[in-house]
Design a protein around this ligand. Structure first.
Ligand code: HEC
Length: 436
């Protein structure tokens, strides 16, 4: 596989050689760190709030990543940030960080969006080039709840899980390995889950070198943060033995002595007995099949429709393609004829499997029709394309393409299920889908 990211990083590095050098010169007077030149932003007052809101969900210490997205170093403290000051300035200046792929006009739509304002980018750049001063710790904003929870936990910020799923064997990378994309099964057995249960939360604790995971059954879909179901809201994890396929991207620096083995832990908590579920959350994998992407095609597209048979509120979308993925779009036509684009991803990036969670769930009355469209670039102009000379079909391996979009929603009908009582089988109206 051609590794693309390193080449890109080299470009960034070249572009910023000059400022990085200047910065090193400045910081030789490190005494000035606490008393910066007037006007230079400081870590505690100016930079930390930006990191808390936009970076810390992923940039946590190793073993404390709660989601499916794992950054290689923490950005919690002044020491953390100062070490990476130049690199942060580059990453935000180029728009590489924070990673987010929804079209710009969606701003404000998604609860988990991470978008830096121009003045926030400028603050980080000015701070880095101004010697990365600490400033006054008293000016620091309070530590966000999720950071405190993660810091005080052994990696399970929501408490000890009831069930932990891992790969049967750790996944091992050799010294030479750098980027590996692979699908690995996690087996869920009837012994582990003898009866259907209501999910309360799912979070991940990941070993080193894991860049992202895209999860097994709907309820386990990893985002950057844990997925917790509010009181009264629940989703069923059905009992029974099956394989949950996790779509993995492993990434590390190659070189002598860098070989390692790694694994994931998906920590699942169930709802306590007696809680009353009033709203059922569910999900649907929207597959588009078959696909036949001709060799060299720069903008092959395929789409499908999905008709809602109940009144629901759409909670999130997660489009998924492989290395030739180019763009994704979800449109809806309501029964009254109104038409709306709910999510447009103009530049899909396989390296960032984002779940787009609506800040305000989208009401889709019965009879609404969702149209889901994906585009692929199988030309040689796509730098991620492993082989522009072949026709590509649907398949799990990374050399093939996938064409699916996960959607989660909750039914509007109020129900009354008491946790602990047998869970009826007709609860889940969408057809069962267990192969991812
Ligand atoms: C969704 C998770 C996520 C968020 C949010 C995020 N990062 Fe990252 N970051 C990563 C991952 C993963 C990497 C590893 C590099 C890669 O694989 O692309 C990374 C790498 C970096 C690097 C190393 C240089 C580089 O470009 O690869 C810097 C610096 C960085 N992030 C800064 C930030 C800053 C600053 C923010 C907030 C403004 C931020 N990140 C938000 C996941 C995240």
């Amino acid at each position: 596989m051609r590794a693309v990211l390193p080449a890109v990083s080299v470009l960034f590095a070249l572009a910023l050689t000059a400022p990085a050098t200047a910065q090193r010169a400045n910081s030789s007077t490190l005494a000035s760190a606490a008393a910066p030149a007037t006007g230079t932003p400081t870590f505690y007052a100016d930079v930390l709030p930006i990191l808390q809101q936009n970076c810390q969900a992923c940039h946590q210490p190793e073993g404390k990543n709660m989601g499916g997205m794992v950054a290689p170093f923490p950005l919690l403290t002044y020491e953390d940030a100062r070490r990476y000051a130049g690199s942060m300035a580059r990453a935000v200046g180029t728009g590489r960080m924070p990673p987010w792929s929804a079209a710009a006009w969606h701003k404000g739509t998604f609860e988990n969006e991470r978008i830096l304002e121009e003045d926030e980018k400028a603050t980080i750049v000015a701070w880095a080039t101004g010697g990365a001063p600490a400033g006054d710790p008293a000016a620091a904003p309070p530590t966000p709840d999720f950071v405190v929870a993660v810091a005080n936990s052994d990696g399970w910020s929501l408490g000890e899980p009831d069930l932990i799923l891992s790969f049967a064997e750790p996944y091992c990378m050799s010294d030479d390995d750098q980027d590996i994309y692979v699908n690995l099964p996690v087996q869920l057995t009837a012994e582990q889950l003898p009866a259907d249960r209501w999910l309360s939360s799912v979070e991940y604790r990941n070993g080193p070198a894991i860049h992202h995971i895209l999860g097994g059954v709907g309820g386990l879909v990893p985002g950057a943060e844990p997925r917790a179901y509010d009181q009264g809201y629940g989703r069923v994890l059905r009992a029974g033995t099956r394989n949950l396929i996790f779509n993995m991207h492993f990434n590390k620096e190659p070189g002598p002595g860098t070989a390692l083995c790694t694994n994931i832990q998906a920590g699942i908590r169930f709802k306590p007995e007696g809680e009353v579920i009033t709203h059922v959350t569910d999900g649907e994998d929207l597959y588009i099949r078959p696909i036949q992407i001709p060799a060299g095609a720069s903008s092959y597209s395929a789409s499908r429709e999905y008709a809602f048979e109940d009144d629901v509120e759409i909670l999130s979308f997660l489009p998924h393609m492989h290395l030739r993925g180019k763009a994704a779009q979800y449109e809806i036509t309501y029964p009254d004829g109104r038409h709306e684009t709910l999510l447009h991803v103009p530049k899909y990036d396989f390296n960032w499997q984002h779940t787009y969670r609506f800040a305000k769930p989208v009401f889709a009355p019965k009879g609404s029709v969702l149209r889901f469209t994906l585009w692929w670039d199988n030309s040689e102009n796509n730098p991620n394309n492993p082989d522009p000379s072949v026709d590509v079909e649907w398949g799990l391996p990374t050399y093939a393409e996938m064409s699916q979009g996960y959607m989660s929603f909750q039914y509007l009908d109020e129900v009354h299920h008491v946790v602990g009582e047998p869970i009826p089988s007709n609860l889940r109206r969408a057809p069962e889908n267990e192969s991812n």
